[in-house]
Design a protein around this ligand. Structure first.
Ligand code: NAD
Length: 479
């Protein structure tokens, strides 16, 4: 049980402006696991003012990239000293299985921070070239200013790091707004930042709900918004930022296709595919939820998946043997069970799952579920379910598989399975999606990550992820 009564603003633990509280409950058994203050707009005003002062003072943005990198490395030491603390806190908050969570929720963010730390040391923040007029031009990459990071609950530290690491690298300052479902891990991060000696106001952390979040997004002293969350909220935030001509990066939802080509060895592929389809209890934007199998091998693919799903351990997220934990909250279960009904009504069949697991009545559980006989026009194939529910869609030939994969509003992730990597690569080239993996699921932190179409605008990770927090300035010099 963690009780917090302050916010981390301006390098201090400050009293909240309001008196409300946000209670955090375990999705596994409903236990009360934490209390944090409920933010009000005045808290965000204070956080933005701290970030503004820190930025406008110029000291932080003018520190050398090497000094910024050294500070980032120190923050990383702090995270690595508390791996179990972070992993257990996040699993307790959102139900993520601890084994996957230690990697995905803690070590991966640390690797992201490490990547940006090294990039900060070698990135050309200023260079000089001879321009089109034959005269020297200095091109500078300057920090974007005061940035805001809006974080969802599903992978909170990881997504915070996709924003915080490049913001620090750039010399920008930042206000982070964690989701109200997962505020507790954000307090651990604030402690790490404090201990590492982050200058006052450079990173401020204020968990809050949507309305207060929107106040933050539209604040006149904010230069840039980096949002990760649902496509619906992303549209709204993009519109608000558009009105203010505020820089914005959007990482939104997905409905990614895993194309299983006919030469695939299913014994090798399914152990890769299933975790990619149901990672984080299916609450992952990059989940491979549309599994495309040829009509010839359809039954074989379904049988292999049913076997594998039948062997998943569903239960306490803090048990290292658990593969699938609870959903984050009751409203998320209502959403997922709503889609189970929709799928049945649309004529899809449930090959395994479809109910609530036995013996876990106190938690927000649904059984891992496989829909078969899915047509790509069905809502369960078009809309993000965000739970451990996937469907197998038949295709006629490779062209048909590519057409089905592309017949979606989204374009975040994808995968192609084949015995022949070159063949799979050719197919991956044809799928309109921001990231793809051959024979598995990988996210490469040195390469751009983001979405085509309704999955977002802009990129995180890689150099593109740093550039998202930079403004470019060209200074023309006399000859
Ligand atoms: P959500 O959009 O409801 O909330 C995400 C965050 O945005 C929360 O912190 C919430 O408080 C805040 N928020 C919502 N509306 C806001 C507004 N108008 N102004 C300011 N802040 C606002 O999404 P969720 O249910 O928390 O998360 C699930 C969604 O996130 C899924 O659609 C998933 O695909 C997406 N997601 C995308 C990525 C990615 O990188 N593309 C990663 C993780 C999750």
């Amino acid at each position: 049980m963690q009780v917090r009564d302050k916010f981390y603003i301006g390098g201090e633990w400050v009293d909240p402006a309001g008196s409300g509280k946000v209670e955090v409950f375990s999705p596994h058994d409903g236990a009360h696991i934490g209390t944090v203050p409920e933010a009000v707009p005045a808290d965000m005003d204070r956080a933005v003012a701290a970030a503004r002062t820190a930025f406008d003072g110029g000291e932080w943005s003018n520190t050398s990239p090497h000094d910024r990198a050294d500070l980032m490395a120190k923050i990383n030491e702090g995270i690595n000293a508390r791996i179990d603390d972070f992993a257990q806190t996040i699993s307790s908050e959102n139900g993520c299985p601890i084994t996957w969570g230690t990697m995905g929720q803690v070590l991966a963010p640390s690797m992201v921070l490490n990547y940006f730390t090294e990039l900060t040391r070698e990135f050309a923040f200023e260079n000089r070239h001879v321009g089109a007029l034959g005269l020297p031009v200095v091109v500078r990459r300057e920090p974007v200013g005061v940035a805001v990071g809006i974080i969802p609950w599903n992978v909170p530290l990881f997504i915070t790091m996709l924003k915080m690491a490049p913001a620090l690298a750039s010399g920008s300052t930042l206000v982070i707004k964690p989701a109200p479902e997962t505020p507790l891990d954000a307090y651990l991060l604030a402690e790490v930042l404090d201990e590492a000696g982050v200058p006052p106001g450079v990173v401020n952390i204020v968990p809050a709900g949507r309305e207060v979040g929107q106040h933050l997004v539209t604040h006149g002293d904010v230069d840039k918004v980096s949002f990760t969350g649902s496509t619906a909220a992303g549209r709204k935030i993009a519109a608000l930022c558009g009105e203010q001509l505020k820089r914005v990066t959007l990482e939104l939802g997905g409905k990614s296709a895993a194309i299983i080509l006919d030469d695939t060895d299913l014994a090798e592929a399914v152990p890769q595919l299933l975790p990619a389809a149901m990672m984080n209890n299916g609450q992952a934007c990059v989940a491979q939820t549309r599994i495309l199998a040829s009509r010839d091998r359809y039954d074989e693919v379904v049988d292999a998946l049913v076997d594998a799903i039948g062997n998943l351990n569903v239960g306490d997220p803090l048990d290292p043997a658990t593969d699938i934990g609870p959903l984050v909250a009751e409203r998320q279960r209502e959403r997922v069970e709503g889609y189970l009904d929709i799928g049945r009504d649309e004529g899809a069949k449930i090959a395994i799952g479809g109910g609530r697991p036995e013996g876990l009545d106190k938690g927000v559980y649904v059984e891992p579920t496989l829909f078969v006989g899915v047509d790509n026009t069905m809502r369960i194939a078009r809309e993000e379910i965000f739970g451990p529910v996937v469907g197998v869609i038949p295709y006629d030939d490779v062209d048909d598989a590519v057409a089905i994969a592309n017949d979606t509003d989204y374009g975040l992730s994808g995968s192609v399975y084949s015995a022949d990597v070159d063949t799979a690569l050719d197919v991956a080239r044809r799928v309109r999606t921001g990231t793809s993996t051959i024979n598995g699921f990988l996210l490469d932190f040195a390469s751009p990550f983001g979405g085509f179409k309704d999955s977002g605008i802009g990129r995180e990770l890689g150099e593109d992820g740093l550039k998202a927090f930079l403004e470019t300035k060209s200074i023309c010099l006399p000859g």
